[in-house]
Design a protein around this ligand. Structure first.
Ligand SMILES: Cc1ncc(COP(=O)(O)O)c(C=O)c1O
Length: 362
């Protein structure tokens, strides 16, 4: 399929694959001959249950999730998990690795529920943002879990090297890089992600949790909707789940399998991001503020050498069909988010535009 502009570089909610949108549109008012929309189904009826079961089976296949892990589809976004995780897992103390804005938020929330040992792992190397190597992290001997954010969506920092000693105790906020490469689930006690970047539309949150965690005794105040055991015992239907968002996520999982799974997503993520980074590195007009070893494959911030051109850049980019490129207010400049659904044509269109813009305004 040859993709055409507009190309959406939003950090989230982000674009969904074209094929998924086409399928959703085709079955919007008549799902598989029922004459009904998925939106109209009871979540407990056989039609929606079959959608839910297939989505879980496909996700398990994509990420090779072992049997002794539960897959939960819940609500409240990753931010809700910032509180739910300590409520379920924090008993004596938790370790939080701080590498940017999202991990800072998770630390702040966890502190409300218990003792947090924070590792400030943000560093600068040659004026570029970097992550302190884990050999230098001061990790206490005993802790319940080690929370990390493998992809900091705002600053565009990604890393995957973690201490051997923490394997099995890792808790990961994979909101912005889940399904973009294979992961070793068994290194983790829990993985979570808001859907609206690499999974589906906003409104649904994925949690993958090892079964033994569900046996922990919880404080009596923990709301039922925040108890992983309650969600698991009720197949994520303790209350009415966001059925349509769940269905769309299922279509994305099906699409991912047809594309070749997460290994293929990893190849594409590398291809997309390398193309843009190489372009930026070859043009003094643009600059990426992250050390090459920690550059995100998903979110690529770039600063214009002449920042007074920011508004003009955004305006002309939009005219060229390249939308949502404005950087996060805390970083400034631009940010191109290149999630799984971004076709390579979108990245080529972006670098062609950037080349032309640099010539026009040099
Ligand atoms: C890494 C990361 N964690 C957490 C969040 C917050 O997610 P939500 O808006 O789903 O609560 C985001 C972004 O939206 C994110 O990129």
């Amino acid at each position: 399929m040859q993709h055409q502009p507009p190309f959406n570089f939003s950090a989230g909610p982000a674009l969904l694959p074209k094929e998924v949108m086409d399928q959703a549109q085709a079955e919007f008012q008549d799902w598989q001959g029922t004459g009904l929309s998925v939106m109209d189904f009871s979540h407990r009826g056989k039609d929606f249950v079959s959608i839910a079961e297939k989505s879980e089976a496909d996700l398990r296949q994509l990420l090779e999730i072992p049997e002794h892990y539960k897959v939960l589809f819940t609500t409240g976004g990753a931010t809700f998990q910032f509180a739910t995780i300590p409520m379920n897992l924090l008993q004596s103390q938790a370790v939080y690795v701080n590498t940017g804005i999202w991990s800072s938020k998770s630390v702040k929330e966890a502190r409300k529920y218990g003792t947090v040992h924070e590792i400030n792992a943000l560093d600068k190397q040659d004026e570029l943002t970097a992550v302190v190597p884990h050999a230098q992290w001061e990790i206490p001997d005993s802790y319940d879990y080690l929370h990390y954010t493998p992809n900091e969506t705002i600053s565009g920092v990604e890393y995957d090297e973690l201490p051997e000693s923490a394997k099995g105790k890792l808790v990961a906020d994979m909101s912005s890089n889940i399904l973009s490469r294979p992961i070793n689930i068994e290194d983790h006690a829990l993985i979570y992600a808001g859907a609206q970047k690499n999974i589906g539309p906003a409104g649904i949150t994925l949690v993958i949790v090892r079964e033994d965690i569900l046996q922990r005794e919880l404080a009596s105040y923990v709301p039922s909707m925040m108890q992983y055991k309650v969600l698991a015992d009720n197949q994520s239907m303790y209350n009415t789940p966001p059925t349509y968002a769940w269905y769309l996520s299922g279509l994305v999982f099906d699409w991912l399998l047809k594309q070749g799974g997460v290994a293929e997503m990893e190849r594409r993520a590398h291809q997309r991001s390398e193309h843009l980074y190489q372009f930026i590195d070859q043009h003094a007009f643009y600059h990426n503020p992250v050390h090459p070893s920690f550059r995100s494959r998903m979110n690529i911030p770039f600063i214009l050498a002449n920042e007074s051109l920011n508004d003009t850049f955004l305006k002309e980019a939009e005219q060229a069909g390249l939308v949502y490129l404005k950087g996060h207010r805390s970083v400034g400049g631009m940010r191109a988010s290149l999630y799984n659904a971004m076709p390579i044509e979108g990245v080529y269109a972006l670098t062609s535009f950037m080349e032309r813009f640099a010539k026009d305004y040099a």
